[in-house]
Design a binder for this molecule. Sequence first.
Ligand code: ACO
Length: 402
Amino acid sequence: CLDIRKLYTDAGVFTYDPGYTSTAACDSTITYIDGDAGILLHRGYPIEQLAAKSHFLEVCYLLLYGDLPKAAELEKFENTVTRHTMIHEQIHNFFRGFRRDAHPMATMVGVVGAMSAFYHDSLDINDPRHREIAAFRLIAKMPTIAAMAYKYSIGQPFVYPRNDLDYASNFLHMCFAVPAEPYEVNPTLARALDRIFMLHADHEQNASTSTVRLASSSGANPFACIAAGIACLWGPAHGGANQAALEMLREIGTPDRIPEFIAKVKDKSSNVRLMGFGHRVYKNYDPRAKVMKQSADEVLDLLGIHDNPTLQVAKELERIALEDEYFISRKLYPNVDFYSGIILEAMGFPTSMFTPIFAVARTVGWISQWKEQLADPQHKIGRPRQLYLGPTQRDYVEVEDR
Ligand code: ACO
């Protein structure tokens, strides 16, 4: 069998590939995307089947360990995640150091990075037990941290996790329960949120996952690596697009204003993009967006929200864009972020929580890729090369002679 890594090293190949449009930085067995056909498989299973039949923690197991769990394995896995949902009590003080109006993503970058100052038994990346417990801690605590960031931003007391609830229900509880009042999780919303988590769980070597891998390649601890991933995800070209997409739909406001907006997008000098549209890999409809669109219809229906103006604008915008030469020729289709915000808004989340929810879901993807990288005996420090275009050598000039 051909060792492709040795082949490249021996050949001394040097490629110039800004944006890594055609460079593979690793091999992986986790997620497969066929961007032309619009196919997404996790460990071989189509995302549509997982979204319809599975649930988030089962998908977590699949991504982490490679196969769907047997019933006993799933039960043990779910119990272990549940046992780790609390965060160290001192981390509460850490939150209070942030301004109330900080974006929850800013708070999460700080708090997750700071976890390495609290969990000393999860830092030794050469110890498989440390790696395992770090994985559980991050998957279990990320919803707690995101919910705390939200509660802090609205001036409400933190709500402790409830371990009798499933992953998505517990997150809704931590975000929306208020100590003085009874709160019942709506199972329809919990199922819809669980599906959103599944649809965001992993997406091979996207910008944030590559950031996690690059940070990890130097031997950095898992909390530092995931904090780096969160920081990268926040950008509007990546996970921040869900917030940007809903804000864009609100700004358009009514279907009659769509042509005016599209004209602005086509005018390159405006630097306006259709947020939630386009993808580096998908040159076809993002399969996650298909599920998300259907889910938006279902959730709004079940909540009795008919004629939602944002959903109407989104559907009409999609229809017009998909018939427009500008979008057709560039193969621009809705991506996962186009419809997710509509569901999250209907659940009661403010736009600033959309990207943190993405981060909660993507944590398992980051961790699975991180574990895979560390398990590869041939992994190396990531060190891209450059094409130097600066001055050639010249002599230093004393300040008075410049
Ligand atoms: N709206 C308008 N035009 C677009 C869009 C868009 N959303 N996306 C790409 N284009 C155009 C570009 O202007 C460019 O046109 P040109 O050839 O005339 O110069 C062409 O399509 C190619 O665009 P690139 O930026 O080279 O494509 P790239 O693969 O680098 O970018 C990206 C992919 C960043 C996702 C881009 O499509 C984009 O900015 N989309 C909007 C933001 C977004 O939704 N991001 C979420 C991605 S999914 C995720 O991270 C979960």
